[in-house]
Design a protein around this ligand. Sequence first.
Ligand code: ARG
Length: 461
Amino acid sequence: PALRLWGGRFADGPADALAALSLSTHFDWRLARHDIAGSRAHARALHRAGLLDRDELAGTLDGLDRLESDVADGTFTPRPADEDVHTALERGFIERVGPELGGRLRAGRSRNDQIATLVRMYLREQARSIADGVLDLVGALADQAAAHPGAALPGRTHLQHAQPVLLAHHLLAHAWPLLRDVQRLRDWDRRAAVSPYGSGALAGSSLGLDPAEVAAELGFDGAVHNSIDGTAARDVVAEFAFVTAMIGVDLSRLSEEIILWATKEFSFVTLHDAFATGSSIMPQKKNPDIAELARGKSGRLIGDLAGLLTTLKGLPLAYNRDLQEDKEPVFDAADQLALLLPAFTGMVATLTFNTGRMAELAPQGFALATDVAEWLVRQGVPFRTAHELAGACVRRCEERGVELWDLTDGELAGISPLLTPGVREVLTVAGSLASRDGQGGTAPARVAEQLERVRAEQAEH
Ligand code: ARG
């Protein structure tokens, strides 16, 4: 019969349908390495508590080493009858050290405290590699900003031309949220670095085991202060899912712009052949599939978060089997970002910007109207009046089908004698950009400082 961790009080084995429903090795097997690390730390705790003598500890650790290498090279794998990663590894352990020694390791622990610990261990590793991937993308954005120090494009609000901005400023505006995502992961890790091991099923252990020592051995900062919380809480898992969803949303917003920019109508960017795809029927097509997959996967990442929160919301304390459903969403989120981030960074790093086209469009659509109004303010005119006068200039331009700088001195003076030819100094993109020179503004000198700041934050992590 299959090894079960709970057979004693049952006269009958589980129905096939229950076994199939219950099975989790197809997704929790990726925690095998962490489960074995937990077993090693637990064996030492049992030894310190006098429950495994020296030889038994040595035999246990040796058996775990052999099991670990057999797992690593694929010699040992779960069988269909193994309910979960813990059951499979207990079987493998007993096969290696025999039932007498093999039956001692489970004392004082439960799959409930084990799984809660293993998920944190696994997600902490994933968080580090996701952060590295996000920082690579920040680096690619910073490199593109550095490569185009003087390029301007139409800054938009409501997707309408608003004011000209530097391309570097715009690209760095995507870097900052990503840096905050990395900060979120680092900050999350402080909360994830607390070990539930030793909580047992929910109430702690009567065997004199020290959870703090197990925690330290497993790389945690400490052990939980409440065993019920340790086994039942999944807010740390949900918070991980939030950060991955947020990264998805941040990538999706940049994706939307790249998709627009790559259209014939915009023609702001060209995708590198290695990071674009073709059509099976239309020979001319070059499609921004990476950006589209990023935009699509953001929906999936949000779904992972929403599904997990929904699973958690009605659960009484402490452990409930519903909690087995916590893993697939976050494993999926980590897997998707592991696929997405390198491709996305490659796409951004290899974008070619059509700076001529951007520069031509930057001042169009009366994007310098605010500059006219602010020039008037600097001449002493109240902003309310200045706004009206600049608006009158726009109206005049629309009647004539021209841009602001095409208005003659006479036309300007006709709108208001305050509009002297001196206003022409701000009717250029360069003049407009240079004038926005407060901290965070789009003036080239400010953007150069900002770029250094982004680089410094990127290097700091
Ligand atoms: N496989 C379970 C999970 O992922 C852990 C085992 C706890 N099972 C139990 N019947 N108490 O949450």
